[in-house]
Design a protein around this ligand. Structure first.
Ligand SMILES: Cc1cc2nc3c(=O)[nH]c(=O)nc-3n(C[C@H](O)[C@H](O)[C@H](O)COP(=O)(O)OP(=O)(O)OC[C@H]3O[C@@H](n4cnc5c(N)ncnc54)[C@H](O)[C@@H]3O)c2cc1C
Length: 406
């Protein structure tokens, strides 16, 4: 056997999983098609993640406390409103403050490049991890009770189980080939960073507009990351506009509450779709993160869900291994599938529903959502439940997230 676990995909989820398993004494083979040394670009990169408190807790236990402190920006409050471009926010809004559940924040915003670099640096010095990159995984099979992972170079590696952290179209997802709930939203998200004149004070804003939501998320300094959802054709038109024309389109949607705005860094565009695997466990293989669930980013929860997968899978595998069970068996991996099923399905349903109800300009739906926001805003217990959900603090938490040893 070449390793206990082979991980296909060394993004944020795959590298986190490699670290949590290796720290518990398992030998890990980690494969990624991209080279490890991501060149440090100066300036700003708008591609940033809103990490929930539960994700921050896992990443701190992995060893990224200093990185989150130095590169992260705490989100202390969230302001949700309904509006139209140029008209500003509607009269009814939902204001959520982390202080309502006695914490100082919902979590933090951090640029993806810093997070991945930090994880890759930790993995490079972890004795239990061998990282192969660039290495393209082409297929997987089972042979004599072992998982065999083949690279496009022709090399093969054996392990007790393979974890697919390589996205929804990755080789492990293709091998398991689970039935999926899928939906093309016909929308794309434009992601960029803007510099502004006034401080954001740690507040995240979500404006729901007819074509789709626009999120303004606080970054360190006087910067915010924008996730702007539009129809796919409109998004491609907007990203190809010259910078000043792009800002001319953004300003009426963003509003003037943060003063003068300037584009900082590049613009990126992502087509949006839902893809929820109905099965994430198979003999000697399992799906983790984006390979198991791709969601609409309106709640900024996809990576948070993936990191909760990491903590749950580590707990299941490590405890089974200690008991002398074959942790690549379907019986063991199914425990992970069952544990994670409700979290993934409920978030997929919630983001899908909110995108549907808030992307419409129908008068009845506008009235219904204003009423809904007003009701939630007036009910402190419901607001607190929503804050706990956004901070990733509801449901049964894996031990690695609640800070308990395995
Ligand atoms: C616009 C937008 C905004 C978002 N904002 C947030 C947010 O604020 N908060 C949040 O929690 N989530 C957010 N998400 C979701 C988040 O981006 C994803 O959930 C997360 O990136 C998934 O990480 P992953 O490691 O599972 O997959 P990926 O990041 O897709 O990583 C897959 C890895 O697999 C590798 N790979 C693929 N194929 C192969 C192969 N054949 N061989 C070897 N390696 C392979 C790739 O190189 C890559 O490194 C957002 C998503 C979008 C689209």
């Amino acid at each position: 056997m070449d390793g206990d676990i082979a991980i296909s995909g060394g993004g944020i989820v795959g590298t986190s999983l490699a670290l949590t398993l290796a720290r518990e004494g398992l030998s890990v083979l980690l494969f990624d098609r991209m080279p490890s040394a991501t060149p440090k670009k100066s300036g700003v990169d708008g591609r940033a993640f809103a990490l929930s408190l539960s994700s921050c807790s896992l990443l701190k236990s992995i060893g990224l406390a200093d990185l989150l402190r130095d590169r992260g920006q705490k989100i202390t409050s969230v302001h949700i409103s309904d509006g139209r471009a140029g008209e500003g926010a509607g009269p009814i809004a939902l204001n959520l403050d982390a202080g309502e559940i006695q914490t100082d924040s919902f979590g933090c915003m951090i640029e993806g490049r810093y997070l991945l670099e930090g994880l890759i640096e930790l993995a490079a010095v972890e004795p239990g991890i061998v990282r192969f990159s660039p290495s393209v995984v082409s297929k997987c099979r089972i042979e004599s009770s072992k998982a065999i992972l083949s690279l496009s170079s022709g090399q093969e590696y054996s392990s007790t189980a393979v974890a697919g952290c390589d996205g929804r179209n990755g080789p492990v997802a293709r091998w398991i080939d689970p039935p999926r709930i899928e939906k093309d939203y016909g929308q794309s998200a434009i992601v960029c960073a803007v510099a502004h004149e006034r401080p954001h004070c740690g507040t995240a804003h979500q404006f729901f507009m007819p074509p789709g939501p626009i999120a303004i998320l606080p970054m360190p300094g006087s910067l915010s990351s924008i996730v702007w959802t539009e129809s796919t054709s409109e998004a491609s038109r907007l990203v190809s506009l010259p910078e000043e024309e792009f800002m001319h389109e953004l300003r009426p949607r963003f509003g003037d509450f943060l003063g003068a705005l300037r584009l900082a860094g590049d613009r990126f565009v992502w087509p949006l779709s839902l893809s929820l695997a109905e099965r994430t466990a198979a003999p000697r293989a399992t799906l983790v993160g984006e390979s198991a669930h791709g969601l609409h980013p309106l709640a900024g929860q996809g990576l948070n869900l993936g990191l909760r997968d990491v903590a749950a899978l580590t707990e299941i595998i490590v405890l089974a291994h200690r008991r002398g069970e074959d942790f690549g068996s379907i019986n063991v991996l199914r425990r992970y599938q069952e544990w994670r099923r409700i979290d993934a399905a409920s978030l997929a349903a919630a983001t899908d529903f909110f995108n549907w109800i808030y992307s419409s300009d129908n008068g009845m739906l506008r009235a219904a959502r204003s009423l809904g926001m007003g009701i939630v805003d007036g009910m402190p217990w419901l607001r607190r439940a929503l804050i706990r959900e956004a901070a990733g603090m509801s449901g049964m938490q894996p031990r690695l997230i609640s800070g308990k040893p395995l």
